[in-house]
Design a protein around this ligand. Structure first.
Ligand code: NAD
Ligand code: IPM
Ligand code: MN
Length: 363
């Protein structure tokens, strides 16, 4: 049997509500496939922990997580009690950086039974992957506010794009595009306006692109690229973007496919030097937290992506991944009014009812 140690970090808000559903589904498939999952349940990396300890995590957080094979993460953030930049730079953003999870892989896919807010889009029309740079770029802590409170006050914040950091995420995206049927890559840029870093990014894309003669690729400025997500999402296959652009695109993509409550993500260290982290794209959703109505599918799909990565694309883990995806598809296909669905999909079911329905298909 295959054994994996998983750090389970529910975090805040609906993170604590969707996590049990992912574990329920994991337990069901793991048992049948002889996959042994040892969970390390972690209550830190949460704003509750911050309230008790004045920090988001214990000092030995890194040692604890290094003893695991993967991190399953809900969501962090409770802005009424802890400012978002404190809670996120004290947890999730630390994990991404310290564990060099330089790829944030985020699919956008329109499922059968899920209406798109875009007119005349059917299942199959939207099916692409966003490859988001995840460790540098516009997300930096280099800078500061100067002369605060005077009329000379200003703020400066640097962006950092390293050659190594850019090349490796571009190469990952070209590799992924090469393995897909359409072999098409879109490089998000803004080299018309951001006239130092983005022309440089374009140049690197062209360098890496020349290594992939069988991949059709182009670059698009982020403004029109965003418009095309809405107007012609069918033209996308793989999209690679810097950290901030990738963040924005990865809420816009899933909005076009119905709800961000379905969108998963994998924060990968593809070289496997460190544990990778799997989490929904969405946050802690304070507006619906505590009601038991959050959609658990993004979390469940993220858990499936974890199994796929742990199994390196083969074996019982891959089989378990494929079954979870099939169970999600089947549950969504039942359609509004018949199948269990949460409020973001127009239904009235609870988080637990949707999780149980998916698990039941896998039993
Ligand atoms: P959010 O993703 O939490 O919520 C945005 C909207 O989508 C809300 O209306 C929410 O109710 C809805 N929504 C989100 N997930 C849903 C689900 N599974 N089912 C149904 N509806 C869902 O974004 P926000 O409001 O900008 O952020 C809230 C907090 O979460 C902030 O503290 C923010 O910093 C944090 N956040 C954390 C992560 C993360 O941990 N990865 C990601 C995004 C935001
Ligand atoms: C995401 C989130 C985070 C990000 C926030 C919470 C820092 O929006 O995972 O998409 O910007 O990366
Ligand atoms: Mn985001």
């Amino acid at each position: 049997s295959q054994r994996h140690t998983i750090a389970v970090i529910p975090g805040d808000g609906i993170g604590k509500e969707v996590m049990p559903e992912a574990l329920r589904v994991l337990d069901t498939v793991a048992r049948r496939h002889g996959i042994e999952l040892a969970y390390r349940e972690i209550e830190w990396a949460s704003c509750d922990y911050y309230a008790r300890h004045g920090k988001m995590m214990p000092d030995d957080w890194k040692d604890q997580l290094l003893q695991t094979d993967a991190i399953l993460f809900g969501a962090v953030g409770w802005p009424d009690s802890v400012p978002d930049h404190i809670s996120l730079w004290g947890s999730l953003l630390k994990f991404r950086r310290e564990f060099d999870q330089y790829v944030n892989l985020r699919p956008a896919r329109l499922f059968e039974g899920v209406p798109s807010p875009l007119a005349n889009r059917q299942a199959g029309d939207i099916d692409f992957w966003i490859v988001r740079e995840n460790t540098e770029g516009e997300y930096s802590s280099i800078g500061g506010v100067m002369f605060e409170g005077t009329d000379r006050e200003f703020v400066l914040q640097e962006s950092v794009f390293t050659r190594r950091g850019s090349e490796r995420v571009l190469r990952f995206a070209f590799d992924l595009a090469q393995r897909r049927a359409r072999r098409t890559l879109t490089v998000a840029t803004k080299s018309n306006g951001i006239a130092i870093s983005m022309p440089w990014w374009d140049k690197l894309a062209a360098e890496i692109g020349s290594e992939y003669p069988d991949v059709t690729w182009d670059k698009q400025h982020i403004d029109i690229l965003s418009a095309r997500f809405v107007l012609s999402p069918d033209r996308f296959d793989v999209v690679v973007a810097t950290n901030l652009f990738g963040d924005i695109l990865s809420d816009l993509g899933p909005a076009c496919t119905g709800t961000i409550g379905l969108a998963p993500s994998a924060n990968l260290d593809p070289e496997r030097r460190f544990p990778s982290l799997f989490e929904p794209v969405h946050g802690s959703a304070p507006d619906i937290a505590g009601k038991g109505i959050a959609n658990p599918i993004a979390m469940i799909w993220s858990a499936a992506m974890m199994l796929e990565f742990l199994g390196r694309g083969t074996g019982p883990e891959q089989a378990a991944h494929d079954e979870i995806i099939a169970a999600i598809e089947a549950t969504l296909r039942e359609g509004p009014g018949t199948g269990p669905r949460t409020r973001d999909l127009g239904g009235t079911s609870s988080t637990a009812e949707v999780g149980a329905a998916i698990a039941a298909r896998l039993a």
